[in-house]
Design a protein around this ligand. Sequence first.
Ligand code: PTJ
Length: 245
Amino acid sequence: MNITKSHPRYLSLKTRDKIVEGVEKGITSINGLIAHGRGEAFDYLIGEKTQKFALEAIETAACLLLSSKHPVISVNGNVAALCPKEIINLAKAIPAKLEVNIFHPPKKREKAISSYLKKHGAKEVLMPEKPLVKYIESNRRFCNPEGIAKADVVFVPLEDGDRCRALEKMGKKVITVDLNPLSRTSKTASITIVDNIIRALPLLTKTIKKYKKIKNKLILKNKIKKHNNKKILKQALKYISKSFS
Ligand code: PTJ
C-alpha cells in the first residue's frame, strides 16, 4: 500500500501492512491479524504512546534480563513480522538466545520465521524440538532443550496465557509485552510491559545498554525485588478508564 507520511494514521497503516505481509510470506498466522486488531484497540486507549507504567516495567525487565543466567526470547509469527531487526538487536544487547515458538498451525511456519530472522541478521535461531513445557497440550509445549527448557527468564511478547502460566509454574520468570492489561498473559507474567511492541523493543534495548554500565548489581536486584506487576496493571487500567472521562 502506498501510504504518504502526511496521512494521520501513517504509522498504524504501515504497521498493518507489515502484519499483512507477514501472512503473505507464511510467517504470521491468519489469526495474527485478529490479535493485531485487538492490540490496536488497546493502543488507542493508551494514547498510542509509551506511558509511565510501561517505562517502569521496561526498567525492571531490563534488570531481570541482565540478572538472568539463561535468558531466552520466544518469537512468534506476529513478533517476527512486526519487528525482526528489533528483536535481534535485543537478543544481542542482553545477550539472549532467540527461539521460535508458535501456537497456530501449520508447523512449517516455524522454519519460515527462523529463515526470516536469519535474513535480518540473526546468527542462531533455536527451534522447538521436544514437548518439554509441562501443563499445556498445544504446539507451544514444544521447545528447545538448550533454549526455553533451560531458561530461567523467558521473554514472551504477544503471547496467549496458557504457556505463560505453565512457564511460571515451571519456576521460570516470564516477561511479556501486551497492550491488553486484562489478558491472562498480562496477569500471569512476572513483568508486563503494557505497550506496543513496536515502541517497547527499542526502549528495552536502550535500557539494557544503560543498566549494563552499572557496576553495582545490587541496584538491579533491588529494582526487581520492588517490582509489583499488579500495581503496574492497575495503573494501566486507571489510565484507560481516565481516557473515557
Ligand atoms: O504465531 P502464533 O501462532 O504463535 O500466534 C501469535 C498470536 C499473537 C496470534 C497468538 O499468540 C495469539 O493468539 O495471541 P492472543 O491470545 O491474541 O494474544 C496476543 C496479545 O497481544 C493480545 O492481548 C493483544 O492485545 C496483544 N497485542 C497484539 N498486538 C500487539 C499486542 N501487544 C503489544 N504490541 C502489539 N503490536
